[in-house]
Design a protein around this ligand. Structure first.
Ligand code: GDP
Ligand code: MG
Length: 439
């Protein structure tokens, strides 16, 4: 995956403009990447179409190269799809708030129920009751009870003899009696979608009228998550998602599909087996993860660095051969700026490591900005041959760059000095003392 994206970026970074052709290459890789992250095919298709439309209509921002810009658009679009805003539990203003967990077996309903009850109690000053409506396996009830004990939240259960619906009904009576303000229902799951289960859940829903129906989605699940989510949503109209097992190494792209099917927010994220391993959802981080963003960003940066290095080496080589022009100086200045500091770049320039330590950086950077603007205001001819610069031209350049003629003169004399240094180094290197290029 990384390799493929790397190639796409190599083609796209460094080109000044975003053309339809290089963007198509790029988006093809993004599409493959999303499919590999288990995002549903149809979702990917719509998504790519939207990104393309956006990218073509967007001016390339000067601070980003085209590759970075496509990544940014893709990233922002994924964030938008994942839902930008935080989504808390739908607490009732008055009365008992009810939350129902639903999902396939093993996706993490029981664990999430306890984790959420824990947050309600510890962080939201609620008084939650957990209800064991998974009455199919005795072990499931035991599991919830153990979890409840560990967080000091009561678990209501009538054992395996009582049906799930009846358990739910009795639990509501009990909650009223005992003054609980929040009830979290843990329900049964199946390995596959199953009529009987859906009926059971619908019945509970019809009685409880839950304020939230949270579907647990296992981040490790592949493409079939789409069918599962559609079934649950069709039958129960879920109101939120809990994305579990995000501590695993899956990229979790399935959540994009589930989001686009259900259009309901991800309310929580499960990050491990322990009770505390619960977080609110961070769409930004999730987008990074789905895209394999760590890889992508470092690839973009590497490609960019390499390109910069090539430009600067070329220009440095020209300097060494004595053909140092103002254009070369401009390239060097641009490199310096990209490096973030003059000192950092000076260390890379031949023979200037020492000088780098003696520079007042803020002042120098300001001077550098001026010099850049001045050179940019020159014609190509002037850059190649500053000897033609007389008062008239200098005036024009000063005006064009928002500086003064004195600044222009300073810039030119700086250039002359630098050129002299280059010449000296050249003769040094002829004597066999080739300065180390540092790069
Ligand atoms: P249920 O069948 O839907 O109730 O699922 P459980 O809550 O019993 O969880 C099934 C398994 O997944 C258990 O072993 C849990 O410890 C584990 N599990 C649940 N949530 C997470 C999570 O966020 N991360 C990890 N690593 N394991 C989890
Ligand atoms: Mg369970």
């Amino acid at each position: 995956l990384s390799e493929r994206l790397g190639k796409a970026f190599k083609n796209i970074t460094g080109k000044g403009k975003l053309s339809e052709k290089n963007m198509n290459d790029m988006l093809r890789e993004v599409r493959m990447s999303l499919l590999e992250a288990d995002v549903n095919y149809g979702v990917v298709k719509d998504f790519i179409a939207r990104v393309k439309e956006k990218a073509l209509g967007t001016e390339v921002m000067t601070s980003l190269n085209p590759g970075q810009m496509v990544v940014k658009i893709v990233h922002d679009e994924i964030v938008a799809l994942l839902g930008n805003e935080e989504a808390p539990i739908n607490y009732k203003k008055t009365g008992i708030t009810t939350v129902m967990m639903v999902g396939l077996q093993g996706t993490g309903k029981t664990t999430a129920a306890a984790k959420i009850a824990n947050v309600m109690k510890k962080k939201q000053s609620r008084k939650p009751l957990l209800v064991a409506c998974d009455v199919i396996r005795p072990a499931a009830i035991e599991q919830l009870k153990t979890l409840g004990e560990s967080i000091d939240v009561e678990v209501f259960s009538l054992g395996v003899e009582t049906k799930a619906l009846e358990t739910a009904q009795k639990a509501m009576d009990y909650a009223k009696e005992q003054g609980y303000d929040t009830v979290v229902f843990d329900t049964a799951g199946r390995l596959h979608i199953d009529e009987e289960l859906m009926q059971e859940l619908s019945d509970i829903k019809a009685f409880v009228h839950p304020d939230d129906i949270l579907l647990t989605v296992d981040a490790m699940t592949g493409q079939d998550i789409v069918n599962v989510a559609s079934s649950f949503h069709e039958q129960l109209s879920v109101t939120g998602l809990v994305l579990t097992k995000l501590d695993g190494d899956s990229r979790g792209g399935g959540i994009l599909s589930v989001r686009s099917i259900t259009q309901v927010p991800v309310k929580f994220v499960g990050l491990g087996e322990k009770i505390e391993d619960l977080d609110v959802f961070h769409p930004d981080r999730m987008a990074d993860r789905i895209l394999g963003m760590g890889d992508i960003l470092s690839l973009v940066e590497k490609a960019q660095e390499k390109m910069d290095m090539e430009a600067s080496t070329k220009s440095a080589n020209r300097m060494m051969s004595g053909q140092f022009t103002l254009s070369d100086m401009l390239i060097q200045y641009e490199q310096i700026e990209k490096m973030g500091s003059l000192g950092g770049m000076m260390k890379l320039l031949p023979g200037m490591g020492q000088m780098a330590n003696q520079i007042d950086e803020a002042k120098a950077d300001n001077k550098l900005k001026k010099s850049k603007a001045i050179i940019q205001s020159m014609t190509p001819e002037e850059r190649e041959n500053p000897n033609i610069l007389r008062a008239g031209r200098k005036n024009r350049i000063a005006k064009g760059s928002g500086t003064t003629v004195a600044d222009v003169n300073r810039c030119i004399s700086e250039y002359e000095k630098m050129k002299t240094v280059m010449k000296q180094m050249m003769s040094m290197s002829k004597n066999g003392k080739m300065p180390n290029m540092g790069a």
